[in-house]
Design a protein around this ligand. Structure first.
Ligand SMILES: *Cc1c(COP(=O)(O)O)cnc(C)c1O
Length: 399
């Protein structure tokens, strides 16, 4: 097996267009030469070093760049998206603990997905994946997610309902509100409006709770801006990053935090310390990949800024089909629901049927139940994108 750009080459000589960026991680395309070289160069200099007692230039450079880009002054390294969320939740809870303030409640949204470790699972929507562990997950308060799509006429009502619910729950002392800004990924590519997020931020601030932005998926240009928070004009207290962080080359997680949060962990008393660390914290290869990926994003911002306009004409066309409902578009992510029979949600049969049909025609997609989406790497060529839509369109007609 091999990969180059938007293509995956199989052992039998066939190739597929990777229209979902290998589960949303591959940002600039497979085997990007610039990132590959950066990793190779770093590997022959320093492959790994303990990140206690030592720092190294790749980590320092990455930290400075992300601090500047995110306007969050501090960061914490971990290994993947789930740990980046775990760290955010733990920091939020210990922040209040260190301050001596009792704030127990955590608020998350219906349909959320934040990862598969215990804390991340707890804040995510409870479903068949978390069922065997239900009694071990800490309680989380849920607020409706007012998803939006082209032509949704009820959006103001559903936003109002969600905000009323949030407002009421925030009467209880709350440690943090965790949100996937602008887009719930695994929950079905469900998008919300900026206006809604601004109100969520305002209510959260008024209550004193911390705002955690899980940008594991939305970070690094996916939504058309470098971060969804930036696009929605939010300033979260904590932000979790992974997936596209290294351009999709290596696993790494980062949790960014505001200076005022960091300060609460300083002092002589070891009880104040954030006792959390992973063996591969700030791995130099991961940092080198992340720095190289940032170079690419900075040298060609138009690739992510203009992606939405590449999807637009195709999505408009496909949205005319009677089986296509709730078309929606954000940056490099285009999605819609199939209006067909079967089980609701992820286990809808369309997931397998559509995937199989697409594979036969050279496209790799993985519908989330009856939700079909395309999230290609930024490097996808026009002819390849056209082929993705042609195949998807044919499949819909054949159902
Ligand atoms: C994928 C994802 C995670 C989990 O990341 P992993 O690296 O798979 O652990 C967390 N939050 C969001 C929003 C994600 O999309």
């Amino acid at each position: 097996m091999a990969g180059k750009g938007a293509l995956l080459y199989l052992d039998d000589g066939q190739y597929l267009i990777d229209a979902i960026s290998s589960w949303w991680v591959t940002l600039h395309g497979h085997s990007n030469a610039y990132i590959a070289r950066a990793i190779a160069e770093q590997a022959s200099k320093l492959e790994q070093v303990i990140f206690a007692d030592f720092v190294h230039p790749q980590a320092e450079s990455l930290a400075k760049r992300l601090n500047k880009l995110s306007h969050l002054e501090r960061l914490f390294f971990s290994d993947n998206g789930s740990t980046a969320v775990e760290v955010a939740i733990k920091i939020a809870c210990q922040f209040w603990h260190n301050k001596g303030e009792s704030r127990k409640q955590i608020i998350a949204f219906d349909g959320a997905y934040h990862g598969d470790t215990f804390g991340a699972m707890a804040v995510g929507e409870r479903n068949i994946f978390s069922k065997p562990f239900e009694n071990m997950l800490f309680p989380v308060t849920r607020v409706p997610w007012p998803e939006n799509w082209w032509g949704n006429e009820d959006i103001e009502n559903s936003e109002k309902e969600a905000l009323t619910s949030l407002h009421n729950h925030l009467e209880t002392p709350t440690a943090a509100v965790i949100i996937e800004p602008l887009l719930q990924g695994a929950g079905g590519m469900r998008m919300v409006r900026k206006e809604f997020l601004k109100s969520v931020e305002t209510l959260t601030r008024e209550s004193g709770a911390l705002l955690i932005a899980d940008e594991v998926l939305t970070g690094f240009g996916r939504t058309g801006d470098l971060f969804a928070s930036k696009k929605a004009d939010l300033s979260p207290d904590l932000m979790s990053l992974s997936k596209g962080l290294t351009g999709g080359f290596l696993p790494m997680g980062i949790t960014l935090a505001k200076e005022e949060i960091f300060k609460e962990f300083l002092g002589e008393d070891p009880k104040q310390t954030f006792w959390h660390g992973h063996s591969f914290t700030a791995n130099p290869l991961g940092c080198a990949a992340a720095n190289a990926s940032l170079d690419l994003l900075e040298s060609s911002p138009e690739l992510y800024e203009n992606f939405e306009s590449r999807h637009l004409p195709y999505l408009e066309e496909i949205a005319k089909k009677s089986k296509v409902i709730k078309p929606r578009l954000l940056g490099s992510i285009a999605a819609f629901d199939l209006n067909i029979d079967g089980e609701k949600g992820y286990l809808n049969n369309a997931r397998l049927v559509v995937k199989e049909k697409a594979l036969k025609k050279g496209i790799f997609i993985r519908p989330l139940g009856n939700v079909i989406y395309l999230m290609p790497p930024l490097c996808i060529e026009d002819s390849q994108l056209a082929k993705c839509y042609r195949v998807v369109s044919e499949i819909i007609d054949s159902l």
